[in-house]
Design a protein around this ligand. Structure first.
Ligand SMILES: N[C@@H](CCC(=O)N[C@@H](CS)C(=O)NCC(=O)O)C(=O)O
Length: 247
């Protein structure tokens, strides 16, 4: 076989075999690195983005806080999670990671990019969904203003989807769903338990969206059991209702 051809085979097979290493947020108290995923929708979102692209990856988890391993901080001085190592490249943060995937794997990323006309609205809703959810948990008060703010964002999302879109950016899943869905999933589970809050039935488009996304393989393969999500947020915010009540 000519040398040039041999080299091509080697490079092609190396490229196909390369595995992206994901470092996500670990369950509180599980160590670093840990094999126990913690309550971080950004971590699930990155893994969903890899699943939707059919890219090979392995995942391990690092605990939040100051005690991150030296080897990790050497490569990721900010300590922000999630991060990935793709070959020699370290990429940190949800948006940067998705941008990296779109640039480095254009074929696998086909159809995943969010139309620029929709990006600002979706980003604003996504950030508001997470911020109000976290503020509500932090308040430890079922009647806090953050609760009303959270419901307003869900209402806005319902209006955004209603009669126009099945997924956040249209008729097929995109990176917008890797961004938004994990936040809805985590909040719905945690708020139901800690705040006795259910997304009102009148927000039917959001309920349909949750069901549609919940059945996707990319979600099934990256999801955490409810108990792990609840346990994570309980420890993270020192919430009073004991998760052990779940049985
Ligand atoms: N904007 C960041 C947010 C990610 C984030 O909030 N990560 C948290 C974990 S869920 C983190 O980095 N925690 C590290 C620490 O607090 O030590 C992103 O896009 O990924």
């Amino acid at each position: 076989m000519p040398t040039l051809f041999c080299n091509f085979i080697t490079i092609a097979s190396e490229k196909m075999a390369s595995t992206i290493e994901v470092y996500g947020t670990a369950a509180p108290g599980s160590g670093s690195p840990s094999d126990k995923k913690g309550p971080c929708p950004f971590t699930q979102g990155v893994m969903m983005a890899l699943e939707e692209r059919n890219l090979n990856y392995s995942a391990s988890y690092i605990e939040e806080g100051p005690n991150k391993p030296d080897w990790f901080l050497k490569n990721n001085p900010s300590g922000t999670l999630p991060a990935i190592k793709d070959g020699d490249d370290w990429v940190v943060g949800f948006d940067n990671i998705l941008q990296h995937l779109n640039t480095k794997y254009p074929e696998q990323s086909e159809g995943m990019e969010v139309p620029s006309s929709l990006q600002p609205d979706i980003k604003r809703m996504s950030e508001a969904l997470y911020d109000t959810f976290i503020k509500w948990l932090e308040s430890k008060n079922k009647f806090a203003q953050a609760g009303a703010d959270y419901q307003n964002v869900v209402k806005e999302m319902n209006k955004f989807l209603q009669g126009k879109r099945m997924y956040m950016a249209g008729s097929h899943p995109t990176d917008a769903d890797c961004d938004v869905f994990p936040k809805i999933r985590h909040a719905r589970t945690a708020l139901r338990y800690f705040m006795e809050f259910e997304i009102p039935l009148e927000f039917a488009s959001v309920h349909t969206y949750i069901e549609l996304m919940g059945n996707r393989e990319s979600v099934r393969r990256t999801d955490s059991p409810d108990k792990d999500i609840l346990d994570g947020y309980q420890k993270m915010f020192n919430l009073e209702v004991p998760v052990s009540q779940l049985g």
